[in-house]
Design a binder for this molecule. Sequence first.
Ligand code: SF4
Ligand code: SF4
Length: 407
Amino acid sequence: MENNIQNKNAIKDQVAVLKCTSYDKEELSQKIEKCVSLIGGFEKYISGTKKILLKPNFLSASPPATAVTTHPAFVESIIEIIKKIAGSNIEITIADSPGVATPHTKRDLSKLYEITGFKYFHDIPGVTLNLDTGYRTVSFKDGKVLKQLEVIKPVLEADLIINLPKFKTHSLTRMTGAVKNMYGIIHGRTKTLLHTKFMDIHKFNDMLLDVYLFKKPVINIMDGILGMEGEGPGTSGKARETGLILASTNGIALDNVASILMGFKEKQIPLMSCAMERNLPGFELKDIAILGEKIEEVIISNFILPKNSNIDRITKNRFANTYIFPFIRNTLSISPYQNKIKCKLCGTCRDICPEIAIIIEGEKLKLDYKKCIRCYCCSEMCPNAAMELKYSFLGNLIFSKKRKILN
Ligand code: SF4
Ligand code: SF4
């Protein structure tokens, strides 16, 4: 490993990238500390702080091997490093409002902690594994599209946030990283309602940026040791050993670099075009100093991107997105389909669908594709990877050929 500054001009933000292939405690702590030291070290960001909130990705109650959630060993190592630096008087809270399949109740949070391997954190001195289900409505006058947010209480009570996203693809937003991970500070079912309010992919990303900017984390440290490819971010995606840790104080810059490592083209993910429109630092790769590994040596080969990524190539235009996208959405975008073999008819997808577009009839799910807004929450929240995302006949004709040409 060498210290590599790839852009010496106009350095605005730094993103550290380090190889790490195991959740073995010793290696992990050493690599996380090293990675954060490249951007200034933990001391710089946490000294003098009393209450730290660690914000992992607790999307759903899935075991660590599925790569749906931030790995418990990753969070534990960060706690140990923080305690070593700040002393044992520091108060650390771990909190997230999971995806809507896990109602924001004490009982459901406890179940999620058990399945994701976090239950033992209740016994770590100085650490609170959040069971407070309260939230407050707060105004945000600087928000572009979101002027009011319903935020979970531990977030509002913390002095600072350390954001711990997972390296994953996302069928709707193409990837989920530091910015999208902060969506979990929004209370429970409100998150689903925001899908309906911000159906347009760019407006949805504008909303994500508002949430991120409302309570900007001091550091973002990404668990990319076991990542996810394909139709993430839930069980429909595939866990893949990606062997990386990323760190940055700028979540947009971190996501930018992570998207390149996944194999996206520069500014291909809609989040970057939204950041560019708002002139938020981090959207321009040439303005980022990438420290640690040489980026070209750690780009993951043959990483499977979500199917909808190809659609971005024909819908980059904002006008087309706003006025033609409803047509595109219904004819070309991928749509959810029940896999009857995997489906256990648990009803989760029906219960969380913001448009009430799913009903259960006998042994079958009936989807109303006219109502469906293609938010993919059903696929994301299905515990059995049974809501598969496929192109329509027309979409398949276009994109199966296009994929060969463009990729
Ligand atoms: S598709 Fe998944 S979430 Fe929906 S009923 Fe079947 S198993 Fe449950
Ligand atoms: S059916 Fe699925 S993709 Fe369609 S609106 Fe409902 S949750 Fe979203």
